[in-house]
Write a protein that binds this ligand. Sequence first.
Ligand code: DQA
Length: 150
Amino acid sequence: MKRNRILIIHGPNLNLLGIREKEVYGSMSIDELNNEIRRFAKEEGVDIDILQSNHEGELVDTIHGARGKFDAIVINPAAYTHTSIAIRDAIASVGIPTIEVHLSNIYSREPFRHHSYIAEVAVGQVSGFGTDSYLLGIKGSLNHLERHNR
Ligand code: DQA
């Protein structure tokens, strides 16, 4: 059976995990988070690539580059969640099932975080479970692929 390929994308400032606003995002570094993601992906038998960028255009290019290479995308668009029509349009353009994830619960925070430009084009959203948001996002995307590839 063909192995699924999932692209994991971290948006801006997530390179500073473990340093930035620890009371909101916890003390785990991005390397530790990525190791946890890799461990889970191995357990689930899925191939993954992970990318972090602080640049909107690079995130758009990365999403475009996923065409034909990945079956699903799990993205934490970080602050671009609340501002980026370009990332929203990129996801809509490539037509790859995309799950939006957030470490924090964006709905229990400042009002400007309550709106996501990405949610409308995503299969679903996982928000507020810390590292588990990514793992639940991966699991959700695998279940989605299984349902839709039957
Ligand atoms: C975040 C939530 C966003 O509002 C914020 O700008 C981030 C991280 C999260 O993972 O909780 O940078 O996406």
